[in-house]
Design a binder for this molecule. Structure first.
Ligand SMILES: *[C@@H]1O[C@H](CO)[C@@H](O)[C@H](O)[C@H]1NC(C)=O
Ligand SMILES: *[C@@H]1O[C@H](CO)[C@@H](O)[C@H](O)[C@H]1NC(C)=O
Length: 352
């Protein structure tokens, strides 16, 4: 009797491990912007931070970590989905060290983009600097777990790469420089070239399993809706920005195909949030949300970072009813839905 029960338990566990793929991916390694930054910006001199309440109020222990949400962000859910820890720590976070980073680490920096000139705007980490930290990490990893094991972790880890929104919204459409050099289509091609260069660089350093994240419908971010409204275009999404996101994601898809053909042993997938995110924004009630047009924090129309103040009386009490946490970033619940979508539709390819 007991034996049958134990066998059942063993089988159930084996099955769980198989579907979560715990055996296949030893670590989650993250590059990108605020969509995936777990707190690296806390340690650099930029105004773009979120390591204070009400950020993190639904995170473990109610702790503001520097994640731009009320709780967890996609790499945290994806790590959990692969049977690893339910969070991925930031490389610059002094609370963690190389023994923690061996199972996953985040080099992302809020406000950055593929373009060096995007990271200059708010003085955050450019992508080349994220790669420098990654090299530093590899050195420490080799010293900590040995040459052989480090090589295994580096080549078998799943790399999540998520950026691009800031290149358009913080840089191209805000500052005159890139707009005077490139049409928006040319700028997309320029960014894709930078993305290719970046991927070839981490491939050269041993990375093999990668997910390139597409852009969300960035014209539906509450900040863009507010801007639309004040410019006299009504209170809807900025359709122009959404079209750019769609076109950019198509080009990212093309890059993914090209890299899979060109680079031996590489496995890159496109994780495209555009359609599921658009459904969430257009039909929030289908997903259990009440509000999609404004964010939870403060008035929900334009605040993020330091303007998202703990004492603001307008901040919502239940972030689970909101699609957006601040005017630029999703709530934990939206992050969870999108992560589950990725796990089912693109990342499942790395389960076995
Ligand atoms: C990492 O930190 C833990 C405690 O937080 C400590 O026990 C361990 O020795 C540290 N490891 C390294 C390699 O520094
Ligand atoms: C970005 O900056 C780094 C460091 O200065 C430089 O090596 C790299 O070539 C730059 N990338 C581009 C595309 O200009």
């Amino acid at each position: 009797m007991e034996c049958v029960y134990l066998r059942w338990l063993f089988l159930a566990q084996f099955f769980m491990l198989t579907i979560t793929g715990a055996a296949k991916v030893p670590a989650i390694i993250v590059f990108g912007d605020s969509s995936v930054d777990a707190g690296n910006n806390n340690q650099i001199s930029t105004v773009l931070k979120s390591n204070f309440r009400p950020y993190g109020r639904d995170f473990f222990g109610g702790r503001p970590t520097g994640r731009f949400s009320n709780g967890r962000i996609p790499p945290d859910f994806i790590s959990e989905g692969f049977g690893l820890r339910p969070f991925v720590p930031a490389y610059l976070d002094p609370m963690y060290n190389i023994s923690d980073f061996a199972a996953g680490v985040c080099f992302a920096s809020a406000g950055t983009g593929y373009d060096n000139s995007t990271s200059d705007v708010l003085n955050v980490l450019p992508v080349w600097k994220e790669v420098e930290y990654y090299k530093d990490y590899q050195k420490k990893l080799r010293a900590h777990v040995g040459e052989e094991k480090a090589k295994f972790i580096v080549s078998e880890a799943l790399y999540l790469i998520s950026m691009g929104t800031n290149d358009f919204l913080e840089n191209y459409y805000t500052l005159p420089n890139r707009r005077s050099q490139y049409s928006v289509d040319q700028y997309q091609v320029f960014l894709i070239g930078l993305a290719e260069h970046f991927i070839k660089e981490i491939y050269g350093l041993g990375a093999r399993k990668m997910s390139l994240t597409g852009l969300p419908p960035m014209g539906c971010l509450p900040l863009e809706r507010t801007t639309n409204f004040f410019n006299g275009y009504g209170e809807g999404c900025n359709d122009g920005y959404n079209t750019v996101a769609l076109h950019f994601n198509q080009k990212v898809g093309g890059l993914v195909q090209k890299l899979n053909k060109e680079l031996p042993g590489i496995r890159v997938v496109l994780s495209d949030p555009y359609n599921v995110f658009t459904q969430i924004v257009r039909k929030p009630s289908l997903f259990g949300f009440d509000v999609a047009a404004v964010a939870c924090c403060s008035t929900g129309m334009f605040e993020m970072g330091y303007m998202c103040d703990q004492l603001n009386p307008f901040t919502c009490s239940d972030a689970n009813k909101y699609v957006f946490w601040d005017s630029f970033h999703p709530t934990e619940r939206t992050n969870m839905i999108i992560s589950e979508y990725f796990l089912k539709n693109s990342l499942h390819q790395f389960y076995g």
